[in-house]
Design a protein around this ligand. Structure first.
Ligand SMILES: Cc1cc2nc3c(=O)[nH]c(=O)nc-3n(C[C@H](O)[C@H](O)[C@H](O)COP(=O)(O)OP(=O)(O)OC[C@H]3O[C@@H](n4cnc5c(N)ncnc54)[C@H](O)[C@@H]3O)c2cc1C
Length: 539
């Protein structure tokens, strides 16, 4: 056993108390922490990597959707555009609420001194956030506001106190020491998961927060909308999609491949080549200035992507910039008292429907959901009054953390590879079928049984940090298996093709399935439907 079940003053090397604990330091977690702090709460933020460089935004360059104050025409056009791609699930009033909240917070960022690019008249362009600049800015803001940040300190489990979520415990990567934070409320901001497909920025995203929340009793919505793949150069991992709007595609024989057939061709195993020959000099300069990391690959390998064709591949992004995740209400509460979720960790169905959430809405959602959750979590914690720190705190973690057998035989690497083989390949998740899903469900059930028994940890790790890594990997493997099972159960329940859920055996959309699919559970999974929002149905 790694972590003591009962948390007391002396059970962990580091024990902290806070009104609000945020798990995950991507943009959504940073906004939640800042919002809770602004509401008067004391805040601790724990991060598996380093706040500023970890997560999906840090190495990316994200387009941001926000409504321009007073520009009704542009704002309506933007909303119409989003509703058009949502495949029937987005709720217009919710989309507007997210964008309006984002605009308010963007103005706050401007007052904080965020260095927006400006045109010759000095007008700020707020439609783009360069990942590294943005995340470092947020980090500095956290520190300036007095948020206690623990880098390289992944959470391994939530703490409960009488049916209420009351903190979390984890481990410090570098020293192997355990930590516990007793908190009035907890915000899960651990992002989505790409199942370690290699997509840049997603390595630390292993679905940990999903597992923690499920162990506390939370459920999911829209996990079937996780068939998100993106293009990357064959030997690269950066899946920036914007450049491909300027691309032409061809196959090995040089025959053109229409843009809307590229993903299907790659999923079917054909090699496709891209050349960005539709970008004129202005756009080329724009890409080089705005998306410099894309060109690192070409500088390394030689070749000019604007004139030379290069091979591309599909990379799995799973629930990162997709649509499914933890089910939350309008203040991002999960329904489990004291537990909130934000950003990619949550379902985004009523924001982006069943389509990809990247390209603007996802980043806006991080700001809005973080703001709402942080504020409400602070109020929840304040409502606990003096009794918050005196409660009895117990660890809720099980699979991958607290073995049930003395000598587990399977290790985390074997389990992780087996899950990846079921979820990551386009042949499995780009287009699904009843037969393939049934096979995957069987494999994952077997893996779950093994993980529940326990994962083998070599007791002879030479250094504390090596031991810490092994403990973290075991818990990550458990989270990946659990997430694969929720995705598979939801995908089996939706017998139609809609947005990011494609079925070869049900290739058309079925109007009778205009409902959400909810799922959850650990040893025994549950699946049920919930009606689509009445505004979405009316639209
Ligand atoms: C290539 C790419 C381009 C994109 N472009 C756009 C775009 O143009 N527009 C747009 O809107 N969106 C875009 N997105 C999506 C956007 O980046 C994500 O929606 C956003 O990063 C989600 O933020 P988050 O804070 O929820 O999660 P993340 O940014 O992924 O952060 C989650 C954090 O949680 C940490 N964590 C995980 N587990 C634990 C644990 N157990 N304990 C502690 N910490 C943990 C991770 O280390 C990570 O730092 C893009 C995504 C990618 C991959």
């Amino acid at each position: 056993m790694v972590l003591p079940t009962r948390v007391t003053e002396s059970s962990h090397a580091l024990t902290l108390t806070a009104d609000v604990l945020v798990i995950g330091g991507g943009p959504a977690g940073c906004w939640a922490a800042l919002s809770a702090r602004a509401a008067g709460a004391s805040v601790v933020l724990v991060e598996k990597g380093y706040v500023g460089t970890s997560g999906a935004t840090a190495p990316a360059n994200t387009t941001l959707f926000y409504t321009v104050p007073g520009d009704t025409f542009q704002n309506d056009a933007m909303l119409d555009d989003r509703m058009g791609t949502a495949q029937g699930f987005a709720v217009r009033s919710h989309v507007r609420r997210v964008y309006d909240e984002t605009t308010v917070q963007i103005e706050l960022m401007t007052r904080w001194g965020y260095p927006w690019p400006r045109n010759e008249e000095g007008k700020a362009f707020c439609g783009n956030l360069r990942g590294p600049d943005y995340m470092v800015f947020l980090r500095n803001r956290l520190l300036a506001e007095g948020v206690r940040v623990l880098d390289h300190s992944p959470a391994l489990e939530l703490l409960g106190a009488g049916g209420v979520v009351a903190g979390a415990a984890g481990i410090r990567r570098r020293t192997g020491e355990t930590w516990a934070v007793r908190a009035g409320a907890v915000v899960i901001a651990t992002g989505g998961t790409a199942f370690r497909s290699g997509t840049v920025g997603t390595h630390n995203l292993t679905g940990d927060g999903y597992l923690f929340a499920a162990e506390a009793g939370a459920g999911f919505s829209g996990m079937e909308f996780s068939g998100q793949y993106a293009l990357a150069p064959l030997e690269g991992g950066l899946t920036k999609g914007i450049i491909y709007f300027s691309g032409s595609f061809s196959d090995g024989a040089g025959q053109p491949v229409p843009r809307n057939e590229v993903a299907a061709a790659l999923a079917a195993g054909r090699q496709v080549y891209a050349v960005l020959d539709k970008a004129g000099p202005y756009l080329q300069d724009g890409y080089r200035l705005g998306q410099p990391n894309i060109f690192v690959y070409f500088q390394r390998l030689g070749g000019n992507p604007f004139t030379d064709r290069y091979p591309v591949k599909l990379m799995y992004e799973g629930t990162v910039r997709a649509a499914g995740g933890l089910a939350v209400n309008d203040v991002c509460a999960t329904g489990v008292p004291g537990l909130y979720a934000v950003g990619d960790a949550t379902t985004r169905e009523i924001l982006t429907g069943t389509a990809m959430s990247g390209g603007g809405p996802a980043v806006a959602w991080c700001i809005a959901s973080g703001t709402w959750a942080g504020r409400d979590a602070a109020a929840f914690a304040a409502g606990l009054g003096d009794k918050a720190p005196t409660r009895v705190f117990a660890g809720l973690g099980q699979a991958g953390l607290r073995p049930r057998v003395a000598k587990p035989s399977v290790d985390a690497a074997t389990v992780t590879a087996a899950v990846q083989a079921e979820i990551v390949p386009p042949a499995k998740s780009f287009r699904r079928s009843a037969q393939a899903l049934a096979h995957t469900a069987g494999v994952l059930d077997g893996l779950w049984a093994a993980v529940r028994d326990g994962l083998a940890l070599d007791s002879a790790y030479p250094t504390p940090d090596a031991h810490a890594r092994a403990v973290i990997r075991a818990r990550e493997a458990a989270a990946l298996v659990a997430t694969g099972r929720w995705i598979t159960a939801a995908a089996q329940a939706r017998t139609e093709t809609r947005g990011l859920h494609r079925r070869s055996d049900f290739p058309a959309r079925d109007p009778s399935q205009h409902h959400h699919i909810l799922t959850g559970g650990l040893d025994t999974l549950w699946v049920r439907t919930a009606p689509a929002h009445e505004e979405a149905v009316a639209a």
